[in-house]
Design a protein around this ligand. Sequence first.
Ligand code: DSN
Length: 420
Amino acid sequence: MFTYTDLLAADPDIYHALMGEMKRQSDGVELIASENYVSPAVMEAMGNVFNNKYSEGFPGKRYYGGQEFTDIIETLAIERAKKLFNAGHANVQPHAGAPANVAMYFALMEPGDTVMGMDLSHGGHLTHGHPVTYLTKIFRFVRYKMKDVETGELDYDEMRKVALAEKPKIILAGFSAYPREVNYAKMKAIADEIGAYTVADMAHIAGLIAGKQLRNPFDDGFDVITTTTHKTLRGPRGGMILTREAELGKKMDKSVFPGFQGGPIMQMIAAKAVAFGEALKPEFQEYAAQIIRNSKHLAKFFMDRHVKLVTNGTDNHLMLIDCMQSFGIPGGEVETVLDRVGMTLNKNMIPDDTRKPMDPSGVRLGTPAITTRGMKEKEMDILGEFILRAIEKRSDPRALESLHSDVQNFCRKYPVPGIS
Ligand code: DSN
């Protein structure tokens, strides 16, 4: 589709690495729960002359001239984002999810204030208060966990107890490795008792909410949503902050610019607008529904074969396998053997993991990317068989080689958008 002839002439090293990555993506199975394939239209929107433009400020209020076209794309991105998530305000400038969260924290808190978020080992994210981040030098973080790791139900009673004792300014919902739905209404009721803001970091599930398959936290009165735009939402790499009330959005705008960022990356904002336009179409709702059908089907495939899943199933696009319990090997070993046969997923902690983050007990996998390639329930059975075969034959190089070619032949039937 794209020819890249100028790139080949100017820089063969980069050209060949790009060709290698295109082949890797089309010949392999992408099961990393946070990855996806964008459409050719989104891809075209992110590589063009908008790169050449500085646009500090917001539509109609910029610090440089020449903004007639940047204003068009940023306004479209904002309006489409608001419609997609029923938001009062959208800031589409954050360069990624972590900067969106940082800008949100500084918009709502003073140094020393407290946030209550999900524990990392139970599925939370580094930016929700892990001690390795600089955020913990500025804000206090207290955590909540699941009440029952067999069902995945969050511990709302403990959450309330901690909230009353610690008086967080923000109660944060959201996760990067949690396979269940959150009861936003319960969290909002706790926040209301102490006058805290409610924020949902929905980076992983934004596309499932936009596609109307999971609940929108704004429907339960949440104040703010932060997200990335490149996971289930299937847009360019980037972030976004949404508020339910337009007034609170002003604080977010000030915090993003001039608080944290300089010039917005305009070609990415153009691509966000295109992706949001795609997500507003009815087909996207069917895509989001199929992601979840595939995920539930694959989860059942594993559980029927006595593979231990954290929370014993899934409500969304991802699942976590307890590899130590299921196969007697750590997650890293499963990740490595699947890499050898062209299947990509990531090692991951399981709740209260006794192993280290770089050598955890589990793996995380998800269905957004394979669903984009048109795979459905019957393909989930084939992929499940491939995964279990790879693990079973992990010490047999010839069996792995033969499985690798089976994986490649299978993948060729499901083209990656933009790679012919
Ligand atoms: N790196 C993302 C993920 O894989 O979940 C979160 O930031």
